[in-house]
Design a protein around this ligand. Sequence first.
Ligand code: NAI
Length: 377
Amino acid sequence: MIGGGQGAYIGNIHRIAARLDGEWQLVAGAFDVNPEFGREFARSQGIDDDRSYGTYDEFIAGEVAREDRVDAVAICTPNFTHYPIAKALIEAGFDVICEKPLTATLEDAVQLENLATETGRFVGVTYTYSGYPMVHEARVRVARGDIGNIRTVQVEYPLEWMATAIEQKGNAQAAWRTDPKKNGRGGSIGDIGTHAYHLAGFVTGLKLQFLTADLATFVEGRALDDNAHVMMRYEGGARGLLWSSQVALGNSNGVRLRVFGETGSLSWYQEQPNELIYAPLDGCVQVVKRGAENLSEDAKVRTRTPPGHPEGYLEAFANLYAGFAEAIVARREGRAPEALGQNLPLAYDGLKGVAFVEAVVDSSEATEPVWLRPIAV
Ligand code: NAI
C-alpha cells in the first residue's frame, strides 16, 4: 500500500476490505508522505522493517529486488499523486489498485490508461458503489429488459461534511480536496460526482453523449465547487440528471440511483443498501432483498450473509478486492475470470470519470450555456 497512514481515511477501509475474504495480505508499504510517520505506522500494522519504505520510489526499488515481491499495490493517496505513483508502479511491472478519481488531470488519465493498455498490467479503480450486490442486481435487471428502454436516470451523491470552511480549520482531508493543484479541477464533482457518474453508467450501460453543467461554490473562500448539477443526454435518447454536493445538510452519504424505463423503474439508496425497489408498470411495487433466492448470480457471488443480516459498505469494498484478486489470478492462470472477477471498475472507467469532470468544469465555466461531449464515454 502507498498512503493510507495514521489518521488517513480510505487506507483503513482498503485494509479491512482486503482482509475480509482472506485473498490478500498486507506485507509492504510506504504509508505516509512523511517517511518517519510511515515507518512508525508500518510497525503498528506488523509490517517487517525491511518491507516498510519511506517513499514509493524506495518501495519499488525494494520490492523489485525481492523474489516474493508484492502481487499488487493499492494507491490510497491524494488525487495529484495517483499518476506519478501508478505510472512508476506499472512501469516497474506491478498490478495496481488505484483510488478514484484516477488522476487529477485529464492528460494524466489518458497517459495512465494508455500505459495500462500497452503493458497489460491490471489497474483496478475503487468505485466503491459498484461493489454492492444489489447494484449488480440492478445492472442485471436493466440488461435483461425488466424495465424496458430507459427514459431517464436520476443519480445523486449529497454529503454535508464540508458545509463550513473546515479546510481552514485544520481538516487534512478537506484541505487537499479544496486545493485545485492537489485535487484537480472538479471539487464535489471530482470527489463524489465521479462515483455517481460511474454508478449510473454501470447500472444502465448507457453511454453519455452530451452534458451541460452548473457548478457552484457556496462556502466563502473555497477555490472549487461544492455543489454540482449536471444534465446529461445519453446515446439512444435517454436523459440523466446528476447532483453532487458537499454542503447538503442532513446527508451523510446519501448515494441514490433511480432508473426509469418504459415498463418499470429501479431505485437503490446506499444508506439502505440491502434493498432494491422495483416498480413495474402494473403498480405492484416490490422490495427486492439481498440474499433472496431468485436473485442473479452476479448478486449472489457478492453476498456473504443470509437476508436480514445486514451487509454494507465494508462488504461492498471487499467485493471489489475479491474481484480484483480473482481477475489477477485468472489472468496469471490464463483463464477467464469467474463472475466475481468480471464487471470490475478498471483504468478506462477511471479515465471516463476524469473526462466527465473535465467536460463538466468546461461546460460550467463557459460564458453561454453549452453542451459538451467528454473525450471518453
Ligand atoms: P487522506 O488525506 O486521509 O490520506 C492520504 C494519505 O496519503 C495520508 O496518509 C498521506 O500521508 C499519504 N500520502 C500523501 N502523499 C503520499 C506519498 N507521496 N507517498 C506516500 N503516502 C502519501 O486522504 P483520503 O481521504 O483517504 O483520500 C485518499 C484518496 O482516496 C483520494 O484520491 C480520494 O479521492 C480517495 N477516496 C476514495 C473513496 C472511495 O469511496 N473509494 C472515499 C474517500 C477517499
